[in-house]
Design a protein. Structure first.
Lengths: 626, 645
């Protein structure tokens, strides 16, 4: 038994030869001495703000803060998440005041999307504290910021690090920042279920909100430059957003809300013969997406300067994410083993590649189907989401597809396609000052694209948060060239057809369906006006019968080419299909044999009994497949 | 606390107070009562503290100071001509009351300006070199070693010798892998002969710094002579001036300088007239680089660093194809060091036809290359451990340079580590920190025991967003420094470094929490920041001296603690012996223990009566033995040690 003695007062041991713990006494003495001598171990830094969440019982008193996309997206996400029982507030689009707060509390030398987005959150919380008189702890207890995360390789993946630093330094130590990727499940501390349920319903709601935002934005940028009555498009956009917001919030059909909005868009009088160059806006994701001070309200500026914006959609970004996984999987599937790294296939079993392929294909197609369904519903006709394989393929000789971060190879791929397919008169690449993948890699490569593809009008422009004048003047410089290019192609179209603009207008007056806000002329040129001109000229110079004949000829020629193709390639296609089915059946049989040898044998036996010799086909299949 | 002469301007004080009150509600703001003299008072207090501690001072006394005669000169005669900077110096000639004189020189931007004659300057440089030799600089060693041919691997297996391989069968639904043993396939002798004449150039930039041993060993294993694996020179000003003219963008200097290295390869290393042409310039896109941190989200490269090979391709083929006109092929395949199998295949895809090699030969070469990379790391760690154990045993300081691997390039770090080396501090690189668990566990004991981490090389508890390999290694190294009392930090970063920026605050938190001295230079660029570095070195040298003193104090306190515990143990043992004697019992073991502890107590008391021996100039590195003694170790710059190049 251990006996404790007080060495400070007792001068004799209580039990002679007793089993007292000298080591314990010395340890106690050492602790006292260490204290006296000031010999303390240094403290170490530990991140205690990571992976914070909230529990189900907290859900009712928690308000989720969202933001960082376009006004439409943020607003609709707010509505969507409310339908799932969350209290949600979409923060305002980040402004210059947010930038200042971001710079004050963030690390030095960050890119400005970091400052804008981080600053926007901190600014919101500071206002709650200083203007609405809420206590910091109350704010920490009641609000949670929900954002998208990434795992590199550019600074975007480290935004959360920055959020934590700024929040701490601004006096909100312990404020919860949650990522969409964060797992739900049980709270480690309490064992209680997480309050943020990342279930399929959550993600479907999110996708519906985001895609509805995409098509509404698409309508806005397509119609606004041509509206006859200034401001009308914006009014309709607001109505449409509200309609979708209400539908999302009430858990009703957003598709029907979009359909209801269509007629409002349709009623906007437009003049598509206004000559405006089409400017494809690409670049760093946030800089090209935001609609405020973060890019000096670039889209509005371009419109004010007399051009039309061709914006990028969130859907395209999601498709790119799917493409990345698909590309990486295909590149690794036949390695002589599996690497354990993030892109390695160590977590996939023998069938993993197949199931992943199917899942990715389904995800890709589902996104496209939802987007186009929404687009049709609202009247956003004839929009083609990018073919990600095509974008990657054209970019590859210049920008390796394995390079990731930001838009990866997409900027280069999009510029090439814009030029080759004459999709816009000018490509404007906007990025924050010092953006790693965009300013320092893509732009370096784009200089070569300009050389290789003559006629390219490419303007790379950086946003630093100050000095809007320089930014605007650089854009204006290139817009001048784009306007010239648009005017040239328009004049050329008219000259070749021998018609005047007045004649086109007169035709439109007689045929109002071509002047409808939802009408989309077939793509022939860089600008919308020239597309419209081509279509009207065609209508003016051909009769209905001629068009019917031409249409029939076109169809016949297509059918003939297809039939010829089928005839020529038919045998080989049929053989390939037969080989494929043989290979599939052989493989399935082999798998069945391995999985359940007896059942497979019995099944084979039954087949033999039923079909006699024909069953040998199945046995012969593996040989044929080889 | 507001201090400095500016605070005499009440408008400035008001503006500051208003701003602070607005940003930090409830803050109390004070103006120093002697605001113009606050700095001088601080300096005086520090002088007093040092005087009390060391008992020495060079101060000549207040009266002598008041009676000091001096003259300042700034004219043509004071201009320093030892370099093209031509610094306009100021000479301050002083004469003390006792007639003795001194000249103080101010206004120079490097140490050469501190002397007047060429002889004195040469003496000074020689002295610096001598000091630098005594104190190892593993950043410099790493920068040379990485590109040297040092690895002697296993020879290529003979044709037909058994080799284990994996056969992959791709079905529609599943992919099967089967291990087989088959004969090793060698390429023809003619192909091997051709390889002996192939010359491959690599730019000595960016992440090639952390992977060069791999590529060199790979090419050498394939039969490329070691003299035919050519790296561009280390960066220097002349190289940048000559070759920095191709770019159309303005990223960080380490990326921007890649063009000067490609230029160096094209115009200096490609020498067809001397029958030494370059056949290939190999600048791989390294999407992922090796990392020792265990629990990272990923091990990616910085996107600029990874993408620079494609930017270089664009820059050198835009108006004129500089490669094609020289009959050089530019190769920039994407490689990932996080995926050895993928890397091996990509190396084969890249070189199979060009070098005429079989897949077996490629496999063998890649295996050897990975071993070379490991040997490179272990060699550095061995030397790092020698430094750490020595400074620990002698209560001295080593400086750990926190940087990205390519800052080992003297043209990028501008010789800043050397500035500290000549002050007498050994320099550690991140790679040179020993990574074995047994060694590290003593420093991360608390976290390991509490279950916070399972391995000292984990980082998630400090920084979860650790997907960037070089950033994660840098942050981990900061954490190591925070755990090691003898390690101080020199944090180097390039202007515009997008990956370092988010870690500034965190590295600061790590070293501040543990009170580890740290100096940060975060805006390194193409030009050597002469003046500002001088000031920073001087300021930081003072912090290092304070740390050294603190280490000495802690060491003394530890000794005192150990002595106090011994005394207490002796007291307890003697009480126990007395009690045993009281009941007529004795215990030989106790008697032996008493004798042992008493001898320790006496030895300590005898020792502290003698004045402590202060550390002298040179740190003699050694390895700690089990009995606690230090056995001297050979250093990189000693004859007989493994030569770098």
């Amino acid at each position: 038994m251990t006996q404790h003695i007080d060495l400070g007062t007792k001068r004799s041991l209580p039990v002679v030869g007793g089993d007292f713990d000298m080591d314990a006494e010395l340890a106690k003495f050492e602790a006292t001495e260490r204290e006296r001598l000031g010999l303390k171990d240094e403290k170490q830094w530990i991140e205690d703000m990571a992976d914070l969440g909230f529990t189900k019982s907290e859900k009712a008193k928690i308000t989720l803060l969202v933001g960082g996309l376009t006004m439409a997206h943020d607003y609709l996400v707010e509505g969507g998440l409310q339908s799932l029982g969350y209290n949600v507030i979409a923060m305002d689009v980040p402004d210059n005041a947010a930038l200042q707060v971001g710079k004050e509390f963030g690390n030095r030398a960050q890119c400005n999307p970091t400052y804008f987005t981080v600053g926007n959150l901190v600014k919101f919380l500071i206002e709650l504290r200083d203007k609405k008189g809420m206590d910091s702890q109350e704010i920490i207890d009641k609000f949670v910021f929900l954002t998208a995360g990434a795992c590199g390789p550019c600074r975007f993946g480290m935004y959360v690090t920055e959020y934590r630093k700024a929040l701490r330094d601004a006096g909100f130590d312990g404020f919860r920042v949650m990522l969409f990727q964060q797992q739900g499940g049980l709270s480690q501390a309490t064992g209680e279920e997480s309050g943020l349920e990342m279930n399929p319903k959550f993600f479907i709601t999110l996708v519906r909100s985001l895609l509805a935002g995409d098509v509404i934005n698409g309508m806005a940028y397509r119609i606004r430059p041509y509206e006859v009555n200034k401001g009308e498009t914006d009014e309709v956009v607001e109505r449409a957003k509200k309609e979708c917001y209400d539908a999302l919030k009430a858990g009703k059909s957003v598709l029907l809300a979009l359909r209801r909005s269509r007629k409002w868009f349709e009623a906007i009088p437009v003049d598509r013969l206004r000559l405006k160059p089409k400017v494809a806006i690409i670049g760093e994701f946030w800089a090209m997406t935001t609609e405020g001070d973060g890019n000096y309200a670039l889209q509005r500026f371009v419109e004010t300067e007399g051009a039309e914006c061709d914006i990028q959609f969130l859907t395209a970004w999601l498709l790119y994410n799917i493409w990345e996984v698909s590309f990486d999987t295909e590149n690794r599937k036949d390695l002589r083993g599996v690497d354990t790294a993030k892109s390695g296939l160590s977590e996939l079993g023998e069938y993993g590649v197949f199931t992943r392929r199917v899942a990715l294909l389904v995800a890709d197609r589902a996104l496209r189907v939802i987007f186009h369904t929404f687009a049709r519903a609202v009247g956003f006709y004839d929009y083609h989401l990018p073919d990600m394989d095509e974008v990657a393929e054209v970019a590859m000789p210049f920008y390796n597809n394995d390079l990731r971060g930001g838009e990866g190879h997409m900027e280069v791929g999009k510029l090439i396609l814009n030029v080759v397919k004459n999709k816009a008169n000018m490509t404007l690449s906007v990025k924050p000052f010092g953006c790693m993948p965009s300013s320092s890699v893509s732009d370096g490569v784009q200089s070569l694209i300009g050389e290789r593809f003559p006629g390219t009008i490419f303007c790379a422009v950086e946003t630093s948060g100050d000095g809007a004048v320089n930014f605007y003047s650089r854009v204006q410089m290139y817009l001048f060239k784009a306007k010239q290019a648009a005017a040239d192609e328009f004049a050329k179209a008219l000259k070749e057809a021998g018609v005047t603009e007045d004649e086109l207008r007169a035709y439109l007056a007689e045929h109002p369906k071509y002047a409808n806000a939802l009408h989309r002329s077939p793509h022939m040129a860089g600008s919308t006006a020239t597309d419209a001109a081509h279509e009207i000229i065609d209508r003016m110079q051909t009769t209905r019968a001629q068009r019917v004949v031409r249409g029939a000829k076109g169809a016949a020629s297509w059918l003939s080419a297809s039939a010829k193709g089928w005839l020529e390639n038919g045998p080989s296609r049929a053989k390939a299909a037969a080989d494929l089915s043989l290979q599939a059946s052989a493989e399935l049989l082999e798998i069945a044999k391995e999985r359940a040898p007896e059942a497979a044998e019995s099944l084979l036996g039954k087949v033999k009994l039923r079909f006699g010799g024909a069953a040998n086909t199945a046995e012969a299949a593996p040989i044929a497949a080889e | 606390m507001l201090q400095g002469g500016t605070q005499y301007n009440l408008a400035a004080v008001k503006a500051q107070v208003d701003y602070i009150k607005e940003r930090v509600p409830g803050a109390e703001v004070y103006v120093h009562p002697h605001t113009g003299e606050a700095g001088a008072i601080g300096a005086a207090m520090e002088t007093l503290r040092r005087y009390k501690r060391t008992g020495t001072s060079r101060y000549i006394g207040i009266q002598a100071t008041l009676d000091l005669d001096y003259k300042t000169t700034t004219d043509e005669s004071t201009v320093c001509h030892f370099c093209p900077n031509e610094c306009k110096r100021t000479f301050i000639d002083t004469k003390r009351p006792d007639g003795s004189t001194s000249r103080y020189i101010a206004g120079f931007s490097c140490e050469k300006g501190t002397v007047e004659s060429k002889e004195a300057m040469l003496d000074l440089v020689a002295e610096r070199k001598k000091t630098a030799k005594q104190f190892p600089n593993l950043v410099d060693y790493e920068s040379k070693r990485a590109f040297a041919s040092f690895y002697k691997g296993e020879a290529m297996p003979e044709a037909g010798s058994p080799v284990e391989d994996v056969q992959v069968t791709q079905g529609l639904f599943r992919i099967k892998r089967r291990t087989v043993t088959r004969p090793f396939q060698r390429s023809s002798e003619e192909a091997a002969r051709k390889r002996k004449n192939i010359r491959i150039g690599l730019p000595r930039v960016l992440n090639i710094y952390s992977t060069a041993p791999f590529f060199r060993a790979d090419f050498e294993a394939l039969g490329i002579p070691k003299t035919n694996v050519i790296f561009s020179e280390h960066t220097d000003e002349d190289m940048w001036v000559e070759g920095g003219k191709y770019g159309s963008i303005d990223p960080c200097f380490p990326s921007k300088v890649a063009q000067a290295h490609i230029h160096n390869l094209l115009f200096h290393k490609h020498e067809p007239e001397r029958k030494r042409p370059l056949n290939y310039i190999f600048f791989p896109i390294l999407t992922h680089v090796p990392s020792f941190v265990k629990d990272t989200m990923d091990n990616t490269s910085c996107p600029i660093v990874a993408g620079t090979p494609d930017v270089m391709k664009a820059a050198f083929t835009k108006e004129l194809d500089f490669f094609a006109v020289r009959n050089i092929e530019y190769m920039s395949p994407a490689l990932s060091f996080a995926e050895p199998l993928l890397l091996t295949r990509r190396m084969f895809e890249t070189w199979a036809e060009r070098l005429g090699i079989t897949e077996d030969e490629n496999d063998h070469a890649c295996r050897e290359a990975f071993k070379a990379l490991e040997a490179f790391e272990l060699d550095l760690q061995d030397k790092g451990r020698a430094i750490l154990e020595t400074v620990e045993a002698e209560n001295r300081i080593a400086i750990l340079v926190l940087n990205r691997p390519y800052h080992s390039d003297p043209g990028l770090n501008h010789g800043i580590p050397e500035e500290f080396q000549v002050l007498g501090y050994p320099i550690l690189s991140i790679r040179s920190i020993p990574k074995d668990k047994e060694y590290l566990s003593r420093y991360f004991k608390k976290e390991l025991e509490s279950g916070l981490i399972k391995d000292p090389l984990e980082l998630n508890h400090v920084w979860p967003e650790n997907y960037s390999a070089n950033s994660a290694q840098k942050v981990w190294a900061a954490s190591f420094a925070a755990h090691h009392p003898n390690v101080c930090v020199l944090d180097l970063s390039s202007f515009k470094c997008g990956h370092d920026a988010p870690t500034y605050g965190m590295v600061d938190s790590i070293v501040q929490t543990a009170r580890t001295p740290s100096a940060a230079l975060h805006d390194l660029d193409a030009n050597k920041p002469g003046g500002s570095i001088k000031i920073r070195v001087k300021t930081y040298a003072h912090s290092l001296r304070l740390r050294q003193e603190a280490l000495e104090d802690v060491s003394r306190k530890r000794d005192a603690l150990s002595h106090a515990i011994d005394k207490k143990r002796l007291e307890l043992l003697e009480m126990k012996r007395k009690q045993l004697l009281g009941v007529r019992e004795s215990d030989n073991e106790i008697a032996e223990q008493i004798a042992e502890v008493r001898s320790r107590v006496l030895a300590y008391e005898t020792r502290i009566e003698q004045p402590p021996e202060l550390p002298k100039g040179m740190v003699r590195l050694g390895r700690k033995q089990e009995d606690g003694s230090i056995v001297p170790t050979k250093l990189p710059n000693e004859r007989g040690a493994t030569a770098a190049e």
